[in-house]
Design a protein around this ligand. Structure first.
Ligand SMILES: Nc1nc2c(ncn2[C@@H]2O[C@H](COP(=O)(O)OP(=O)(O)O)[C@@H](O)[C@H]2O)c(=O)[nH]1
Ligand SMILES: [Mg+2]
Ligand SMILES: [Zn+2]
Length: 299
């Protein structure tokens, strides 16, 4: 039996669900300890004699990775080969816009499109939501308001996602899984069902699953990450992750300006004048501090 190319469509710790290129799905284990496939990976696999399981023998080169530092500061990859990031905030739990910013920062570093969704519009309208969303609109991110309960905004979300491989991220409880269930067709529901059974059954570890969409494309329901932070390799990357700061930063007097206390800083000026949102700037400063802490710990 030859080696075959496949896509990882669900992960349960070291067990994987694969979609082979002939569209059949199989369960798989991983050869050796070093290989760490994630949802979205393209892999090499082969059947195992006398077993239903397949064996993953290699991971093909990734187009991109959504990653974060683990407790030791090393890279942990959450998903691979995605072309769109959708970050969800909601009426409940209370939105943490700093978490939204950190996911957007990751999307900028990956070089992929990102959208901000505000879900649960059926609940009591909260003050300040439109103002918070308009900050993202103003810097060129699409924003969509949805209710998985009433269907409000779901067409816009479905349009956005068609033909893409997207990942849906955000705080726990904002409605990621519910939105994906609403968007998916019967085939998708089946995958969702399989992943639910696995999650509740013997494989109780955090898992992620890629659900096909009726109009083409697929969406990854990301694992529960309590407090996401992107992996920033250098302080420069913090600025790259904040698009309005990196574009305004080109006007700073010094090319290596970190936009803190340097003279002739166009970013500080824009924050004082209100052209750059003060909370986004604070978010950038936190990302910068985090990256400096990480690189100090590493060297
Ligand atoms: N009222 C309301 N509740 C929602 C909506 N979307 C999801 N929920 C509820 O929010 C809770 C968390 O949803 P879930 O999809 O598990 O969130 P996840 O942790 O982001 O995957 C569940 O009780 C859902 O029924 C919505 O649009 N409106
Ligand atoms: Mg969920
Ligand atoms: Zn500056």
């Amino acid at each position: 039996m030859p080696l075959i190319d496949a896509t990882v469509i669900a992960t349960f710790s070291r067990r994987m669900r694969l979609r082979l290129d002939d569209a059949t799905e199989v369960d798989a284990r991983i050869k050796g300890k070093k290989l760490k496939p994630v949802c979205g990976d393209r892999v090499r696999a082969e059947p195992i004699n006398e077993e239903d399981d397949w064996l993953i023998t290699a991971i093909h080169e990734r187009q991109n990775e959504l990653s974060r530092p683990n407790a030791r500061g090393d890279k942990e990859v959450l998903a691979a080969n995605v072309d769109q990031l959708v970050v969800i905030a909601a009426a409940t739990p209370k939105p943490d816009w700093f978490i939204v910013d950190r996911y957007l920062c990751a999307a900028e570093l990956m070089g992929i499109a990102a959208t901000v969704v505000y879900n649960k519009t059926d609940l009591e309208p909260k003050n300040g939501i439109d103002a918070a969303l308009s900050v993202y609109d103003a810097i060129g991110y699409q924003t969509i308001k949805t209710s998985a309960r009433t269907g409000d905004g779901m067409d816009a979300l479905a349009d956005l996602l068609q033909q893409c491989t997207a990942i849906i991220v955000g705080q726990s409880g904002v409605g990621k899984s519910t939105l994906i269930n609403q968007l998916s067709d019967v085939a998708g529901q089946k995958t969702a069902e399989i992943s639910r059974k696995h999650r509740e059954g013997r494989h109780t570890t955090v898992s992620s699953a890629m659900i096909p969409l009726p109009a083409g494309g697929a969406v990854i329901d990301s694992p529960g990450v309590r407090d996401y932070a992107p992996l920033l390799q250098s302080p420069d990357e913090a600025a790259i992750g904040y698009r309005e700061i990196s574009s305004t930063g080109r006007e700073c007097r010094f090319a290596n300006c970190r936009h803190l206390r340097e003279p002739g800083c166009a970013v500080k000026e824009a924050v004082e004048g209100g052209a750059i949102d003060a909370r986004r700037y604070e978010s950038y400063r936190r990302a910068l501090a985090l990256s400096e802490r990480l690189s100090r710990d590493r060297y």
